[in-house]
Design a protein around this ligand. Structure first.
Ligand SMILES: NC(=O)c1ccc[n+]([C@@H]2O[C@H](COP(=O)([O-])OP(=O)(O)OC[C@H]3O[C@@H](n4cnc5c(N)ncnc54)[C@H](OP(=O)(O)O)[C@@H]3O)[C@@H](O)[C@H]2O)c1
Length: 267
């Protein structure tokens, strides 16, 4: 499999590393097109792929092309890219908010997959949801699935519209957890615990809670009950959450993220 990645920034280089480390692509079959000199220098030191600075006919040799530039750079990049591709190639976009139809139109190209990854992909703990144009074969969907799973888990969505909700849940999701952890650490500090100790307590609690969620057959409500004994400390905190309607606020916040994703994909 020969793969070209356009944009060697955070996400583009994450995929390049993951493909090579999982032996899915040989270094000589992987190309990164990156216009930024400093990033090219860094990638050269890593030796994970062939490198070039601009899009040209060399791209015709690659069966899969991954678009990993910022969404606002895509329009200009597409004017160039559409002159150096052929109809059998598979275009995979990881650009937030750009619809399959828009990509097809701007590239005059049918075979398009749109994926929404998240940053834990950098450590192999990402989750990527993806949707495909009707012109993409089952075999190609399965290839993309294998590629995306080199950075964690991947999930195929039949309905592209749901990628806005995915953006709100898992695309932006890491930031919500950082926010909660930040405030839990702050609470620890205010109760007299030194920051590094509070950070260790909170982060390990988060990891442990994930392991329980992932390994238990109980519902989330039952898991909460298992920690919160009647009249106890957890119950006192949960009562405050309820008093401030925290659960409803979280739902509203995620809906605002979904709404913003929809607005961005119109532009
Ligand atoms: N980071 C996330 O959490 C995340 C999550 C989900 C999806 N995504 C999506 O992933 C994509 C990449 O994000 P990122 O954070 O990796 O961005 P990034 O670090 O800015 O990487 C993009 C790179 O592509 C380069 N570039 C732009 N136009 C080019 C062209 N025509 N030819 C070659 N290189 C070009 C940019 O150079 P210059 O800087 O010089 O322009 C930059 O180095 C975005 O579309 C984003 O929506 C990101």
């Amino acid at each position: 499999m020969k793969i070209a990645i356009i944009g060697g920034g955070n996400m583009g280089s994450t995929y390049a590393r993951a493909f090579v480390q999982s032996n899915i692509v040989a270094v000589n079959d992987l190309l990164i097109v990156e216009k930024h000199d400093e990033k090219l220098e860094e990638l050269k030191k890593e030796g994970i792929a062939l490198l070039c600075k601009s899009i040209d006919d060399n791209l015709l040799k690659y069966s899969i092309i991954i678009c990993a530039v910022k969404p606002q750079d895509f329009r200009i990049m597409a004017q160039d890219l559409k002159n150096h591709i052929h109809e059998n190639q598979l275009m995979v976009s990881i650009m937030a908010g750009i619809k399959i139809e828009t990509i097809q139109k701007l590239l005059s190209h049918k075979k398009v997959v749109r994926a929404m990854p998240n940053t834990p992909a950098q450590l192999g703990f990402g989750i990527t949801a993806f949707a495909a144009a009707p012109e993409v074969s089952f075999e190609d969907i399965s290839k993309v699935d294998t590629l995306l799973e080199t950075t964690g888990k991947s999930i195929f969505m039949k309905d592209e519209m749901l990628l806005d909700a995915v953006t709100a849940l898992s695309g932006s999701g890491p930031a919500y957890f950082y926010y909660i952890v930040k405030h839990m650490i702050e609470a620890g500090k205010q109760m007299g615990i030194e920051e590094p100790v509070a950070a260790m307590l909170v982060k390990q609690t988060m990891l442990g809670s994930f392991q329980i969620m992932n390994n238990s057959k109980s519902s989330l409500d039952d898991m909460i009950k298992a920690v919160a004994s009647k009249g106890g400390t957890t119950e006192a905190a949960l009562r405050k959450f309820e008093e401030y309607h925290l659960g409803q606020h979280i739902i509203e916040a995620l809906k605002a993220a979904e709404q913003r994703a929809k607005e961005l994909s119109l532009g």
